[in-house]
Design a protein around this ligand. Structure first.
Ligand SMILES: [Zn+2]
Length: 75
């Protein structure tokens, strides 16, 4: 379940909210629905790991193909 960070445009309160389909999104302080959605902690971590180099960029021979180095044609 995603947790989103919001910043209230009305009172400036920043808060995290666990959002379900039936969640009413409003500021817990002033109950305004004028909110700026921030990047969630989870989404930031996932996009960071997605930028890692692809595994097949490593030299062939480390892929574990049982036919031996080069057999996977990725050299
Ligand atoms: Zn507010």
């Amino acid at each position: 379940m995603p947790i989103y960070e919001y910043a209230c445009q009305s009172c400036g309160n920043a808060f995290e909210l666990l959002v379900r389909s039936d969640t009413r999104i409003e500021c817990p302080s002033c109950h305004s629905s004028q909110l700026d959605k921030q990047l969630s902690v989870f989404a930031t971590a996932e996009s960071a790991s997605a930028r890692q180099p692809a595994p097949f960029a490593s030299p062939c021979g480390s892929c574990g193909n049982p036919d031996g180095p080069g057999a996977c044609q990725l050299q």
